[in-house]
Structure formats: C-alpha cells, structure tokens
Design a protein around this ligand. Structure first.
Ligand SMILES: Cc1cc2nc3c(=O)[nH]c(=O)nc-3n(C[C@H](O)[C@H](O)[C@H](O)COP(=O)(O)OP(=O)(O)OC[C@H]3O[C@@H](n4cnc5c(N)ncnc54)[C@H](O)[C@@H]3O)c2cc1C
Length: 473
C-alpha cells in the first residue's frame, strides 16, 4: 500500500455518474469489444505517475474510426467523460479517470495505411507504435525519427507532443505531424491538414490537436513526415570529468550549429545503473552519448569538430560504436535507463521531471538542480536530451514513505521554478496531465490559460473529453 500523497498534491476527484443505460448501450453496440472487468478498467485508469483515482467504468476497444465515433456519440448523449488510451506510457496522470467515464483504447487500430515513399510521408492508424512503424517502412530506405523511451503509439505521441533523442536534429511531433483525422467531442469526424509540406489555409488545427492530451477529440489517423536513412551513421561515447564539462561541450556544439543527430547526457550514477542492467562496462563518469548522420565526409567532419570541443573541456577520447549492433546496444541501454534505475532500488517508484530551458541556460539550470538533489540524499537518475536543453531527473522513492514523496515533489517544484525563471518550460515533452496544471498556470499566465479554456468550451461544450487535465474549467 503506497503512502498517501500530501493533501496539496492530491488530484481533484469529482466523479460523474456513468448511467447503466450507457453501459447497456455500449455492450449492445460493441459486444466483446467493451469490457467492464475490474482488471481491464484498472489497467486503463493508471499510468507511471504517483496519482491514483478510481478506474473508468468501462473500456471500449475501438477497431475503426466508426467505432470511436459511435462510442463518443453514446458518451456524449449521457454527458459521460471519454478518455482516449494508446498504450498507457504517459507519466503525468494523463489517463486517470478523475471525473469517471469510459476509456477508448485505440491500440487495435494499428494499421499502417499509406506509405508515400516518394513524398516522404506515411499515414497510420493511431494505435501504430513507433517501433512498428519503423519495421513497416524499413524496406523503403526511410525512417521515422521520433523515439520516446517507451514504444508509444503515434496517436498518444501526437496527443502529448512527444519527442525523444532525435529531436535535436529532426524536431518533435509538433514539426512532424502533417495531418490528422479526429473524432470530435460530438462524434463528428474531421480532417486537419494535408500531405503538403506547408500550408497557409486557415487556423492550424493540426497543431491545436497536437499536444491536446485527449481533451479536444480522439485522433483516429495520423500523417507524419519520414526521412531518408542517412548514408553514414556514427555513434560515440565521450566521458567527462564533471557534468558541467559535458554540458558546456553540448552548449558549444549547438551554438556552433553542428547538425548533430543525438546528444544525450547520462550522469555517472546512471551509467552505473545502466551498466548493471544492460551488462555494459562503460566508465562510471558523466558521459555524452552522441550520434552523427550524413554523408561519410560530413559525419567525419562533425565528429572531428565535436571531439575538439569535448577535449577542450577535458572530455576523454571518443569511444566509437563501430558496428550497427554495438550502436543499437548502446541506444537500447540509453532507452532502458528508466528501467535500469528502477531496478537499482527494488520496490521503488520513479518521480520523473521534465524541464526544458534555452540552451544558454542549460548549465545554470542543471548544475543547481544536481546540487539540490545531491543535498537531499534521495537516490536518483539523470538523463537528458541536452542538445534541446531538456533533461529528466527520476527521484527513486520508496512509495510507502510519505516523507520521501514530499521531498521528491519539493525537488520537482524547485526545479520547475528554476526552469521557468530561466525562461524555460515546465514540460519539454511529457505534457501537463494532472501533475503540471499549477505549473502551466505559472508558465503561461491567466490570460493564455483562459484562452485555452475558451477553445475547450467551444469545441467540447459538455466537457466530456478527458476532463480535469491540463487546466481546471
Ligand atoms: C520509460 C519511459 C520513457 C519515456 N520517454 C519519453 C521521451 O523520451 N519523450 C517523450 O516525449 N515521452 C516519453 N515518455 C512518455 C510517453 O511515452 C509519451 O508521453 C507517449 O507519447 C505516450 O504515448 P502512449 O501511446 O503511451 O499514450 P497514452 O499514455 O495511452 O496517452 C497519453 C495521452 O494521450 C491521450 N491519447 C492517447 N491516444 C490518443 C488518441 N488516439 N487521440 C487523442 N488522445 C490520445 C490520452 O488520453 C492521454 O492524455 C516516456 C515514458 C516512459 C514510461
């Protein structure tokens, strides 16, 4: 049994009634595609956050856009909340049924619909995961670069405006989603955007939906950009005498405009956890894991320049991942850092942070935060998409210890406040969900949040789409 969260951190639970008539109607329309089994509801009513709420009243496993539209229409008739569900890897309480309602799971909508290799675009159903997409297009010589640590769905990634290790070169979901099909809060099916690379046609509804966290509609199709697989790829690790030296190197790399494809910071502590988990023998020092994409000569040039910058900050000679297998092993280890950390303290829970600051402020923000968490005595991991100014601490707390929770939440609060003071954001890629609602208000201000509320009220007058998330109404 987890220790209760401190009162000021508890989410507002205001369950609305889910009438038996709605459950009957869903069972009639969806038969075995609708479940009210407790274990299924519980699996859809939680995520990796430390919050808890009663599970949704039912889960509909949609298999088509029509299924989604029919489920939303039935919920709307009964004023019952609808929570879209991808694969449930979000981290900030996005999926919790704080106002009750039903979950619409779109993971069975997992077809890659149209690969337009000549235009470098692909259209998929929302339940396709990033790894599934790359597998489906591998014979085309193209790839999809956005890679959150978990194998998330394209629908969920669009809804959270996700990114990952490649964002420094290829951007986030914001830059890479071209068009969407969406079921609105009234159950109508609309399309936003086209496959054209750019457009000046009216309000940009695609970008309104990207990052809306299921609060404006259910995404039922996603068209994204693809990229040619680079002619040459080189990955290298470089070890530094301090986190500061690694961060200063990164800042210079970005400020000089080196088109580096990936530059990830892993602190010495986390390298130790990764070594134990992934059976590696990396030196247990602050490290940058980097990747260069381009022509063979371009890659060589970039690597030489970065090597020079690194050694001016005390970075030790690069260790190259010479084979694709070795490269894949290193990046898999990076992506598994979260699980490596959890394994390092059996029974623990990780409270993840996600700030992002302008690159020139990265050292100030990161170093002060490291000093703070070191002083707290809490075990933690630290990884960062530092080329974007984005980094994550994971505070590894004993979930039964209320004091540790309070300390972790306090550290997160101080970190976010520092990032905002440095003109950064409370969330670089995970989204607001429940956890960051107060921070969004501080970051965006009353006027901007009120404009978001006005949009929400206009598009979802009954407030049924994932209510109680991003901001209170
Ligand atoms: C180990 C680990 C590492 C991670 N690393 C990263 C990272 O590097 N970068 C990053 O950005 N994130 C990261 N995340 C967070 C998470 O993977 C992303 O937020 C991801 O985009 C969520 O996708 P999902 O399919 O799991 O969505 P879910 O968790 O199922 O849903 C997320 C939100 O999107 C909404 N939603 C889902 N599908 C739809 C849809 N079809 N239409 C409308 N709304 C929808 C939900 O209602 C919810 O609000 C990580 C998570 C874990 C556990």
């Amino acid at each position: 049994m987890n220790a209760p969260l401190p009162v000021h951190l508890l989410p507002e639970i205001a369950q609305r009634d889910t009438p038996a008539a709605l459950i009957d109607a869903l069972k009639t329309r969806f038969a075995a595609q609708c479940s009210t089994a407790l274990v299924v509801r519980e699996q859809h009513g939680r995520d990796e956050s430390s919050f808890a709420a009663p599970p949704p009243a039912a889960v509909v496993f949609a298999e088509s856009t029509q299924d989604v539209a029919d489920a939303v229409k039935l919920a709307s008739q009964h004023n019952v909340p609808v929570i879209p569900f991808g694969v449930g890897t979000s981290l900030e309480g996005h999926l919790l049924a704080v106002q009750g309602g039903i979950s619409i799971d779109v993971s069975r909508m997992n077809q890659v619909l149209h690969i337009n290799a000549e235009d470098l675009t692909v259209t998929v159903q929302p339940g396709v995961t990033r790894k599934q997409l790359n597998e489906a297009i591998k014979s085309t010589g193209l790839f999809f670069p956005i890679d959150p640590g978990a194998d998330a769905t394209l629908g969920g990634m669009s809804a959270t405006r996700a990114s990952g290790t490649n964002a420094v070169r290829y951007g986030t979901m914001r830059e890479n989603v071209l068009a969407l099909e969406v079921v609105t809060a009234s159950g109508e099916v609309i399309r936003t955007g086209t496959r054209a690379k750019k457009s000046s046609a009216g309000y940009d509804l695609t970008r309104l939906m990207v990052g809306s966290e299921g609060t404006l509609g259910v995404i039922t199709e996603v068209t994204v950009r693809l990229y040619p697989l680079p002619e040459a790829i080189s990955a290298a690790v470089c070890f530094f005498p301090s986190i500061e030296a690694a961060v200063r190197t990164t800042i210079e790399v970005i400020q000089l405009g080196v088109p580096i494809a990936r530059v990830e910071l892993i602190d010495h502590n986390t390298v130790r956890m990764v070594n134990a988990h992934s059976k590696l023998t990396l030196r247990e020092e602050p490290m940058l894991l980097m990747e260069f994409h381009g022509s063979p000569s371009g890659v060589k040039e970039q690597a030489e320049l970065v090597q020079e910058l690194a050694s001016s900050h005390g970075g030790q000679a690069f260790e190259w991942a010479s084979t694709p297998e070795e490269r894949t092993r290193l990046w898999a280890a990076r992506h598994n850092a979260y699980f490596a950390a959890i394994q390092s303290r059996p029974g623990c829970r990780a409270i993840s942070t996600d700030t992002c600051v302008p690159i020139s402020r990265l050292a100030d923000c990161l170093l002060a935060s490291v000093a703070e968490v070191d002083a707290s005595g809490l075990p933690y991991f630290l990884v960062g998409h530092v080329g974007d100014g984005n980094f994550h601490f994971g505070y590894l707390i004993d979930p039964d210890d209320a004091r540790e929770r309070e300390v972790a939440e306090g550290l997160n609060h101080q970190l976010v406040s520092r990032a905002l003071a440095l003109e950064g954001t409370c969330t670089g890629e995970h989204g607001v969900g429940l956890h960051k609602m107060d921070f969004l208000l501080t970051e965006a201000g009353d006027g901007a949040v009120e404009m978001m509320r006005t949009i929400k009220r206009a598009l979802d007058p009954k407030n049924i789409m994932n209510p109680g998330k991003i901001f209170s109404l």
